[in-house]
Design a protein around this ligand. Structure first.
Ligand SMILES: O=C(O)CCC(=O)C(=O)O
Length: 251
């Protein structure tokens, strides 16, 4: 394992997040951002989009653009995810998340914890945000509350507002990626710039996690799976189907 990946693991362990800079070419990131914005505007994909005209999530992008696999199977990211979640961890969703100028801050939250009575003391998810455009303090860079993954809270304290000074913007150049522990308090910050911020949000879960709880998550279509590299297939077992009902672990 390279020293910077080792350092990233230690940083994530202590602070709940880490940044791997310039992991993929900025040109690739910006081409994918452009494609995603076309998909968000295309009525054919409306069933896979949630949000409003300021902030949206488009689910199932592994089925929609083969380039997403280069991000999801990036060896440095997979090394960090496997360190925390085990060798059998899976990529469970890859979403496009643009935030448009004028967007207010989204609510501060932790990820995928609502099903737990008490959150486990082992990580249940490593989430990632690839910066497909530059992420700046002005354009809605993701904000995190360092070390909050150790609090074992399922929601923010009532007196912690979405503009709390404890929230740190995570900025970086396009082609960089931020990784975080699912229990870290975080949010998409307000976009006060005149440019669109586009992120590719890819979530990794341990094999024991029942992913039914995340209602928007989409399966991998069988035809997508057939075209995948062996590394990518290993991250997607057994997630094939055209509908959620075909594959998810409905309790
Ligand atoms: O879009 C962002 O910056 C934050 C995304 C987020 O909150 C999440 O994926 O849980």
């Amino acid at each position: 394992m390279s020293t910077d990946v080792q350092n990233a693991i230690e940083h994530l362990s202590t602070y709940g997040y880490c940044i791997l800079e310039d992991r993929l070419p900025a040109a690739l990131a910006s081409q994918l951002a452009e494609r995603f914005l076309q998909l968000h505007a295309d009525p054919a994909y409306t069933p896979y989009v949630i949000g409003d005209n300021h902030y949206q999530t488009l689910f199932g992008t592994l089925n929609l653009d083969e380039r997403v696999q280069q991000f999801a199977a990036h060896p440095d990211v997979v090394t960090v995810a496997r360190h925390f979640l085990g060798q059998g961890c899976r990529v469970v969703e890859a979403c496009s998340k643009p935030t448009w100028p004028g967007a207010p801050a989204q609510p501060l939250h932790v990820d995928s914890a609502s099903a737990f009575q008490q959150v486990p003391d082992v990580p249940w998810m490593i989430n990632t945000m690839w910066m497909l455009t530059d992420f700046t303090a002005d354009n809605g860079a993701t904000g995190v509350v360092p070390m909050s993954h150790r609090s074992r809270l399922k929601s923010p304290p009532a007196d912690m507002a979405d503009d709390s000074p404890l929230i740190k913007p995570i900025t970086g150049r396009s082609g960089s990626v931020m990784l975080w522990h699912g229990g870290l308090l975080h949010l998409a910050r307000a976009n006060r710039s005149n440019t669109i911020r586009v992120g590719l949000n890819i979530a990794y879960y341990p094999r024991w996690f029942n992913n039914w709880m995340e209602g928007g998550h989409q399966p991998i279509w069988p035809e997508t799976y057939e075209r995948m590299s062996l590394q990518m297939k290993a991250l997607c077992v057994p997630r094939r189907g055209h509908t959620r009902a075909e594959m998810y672990e409905n309790p």
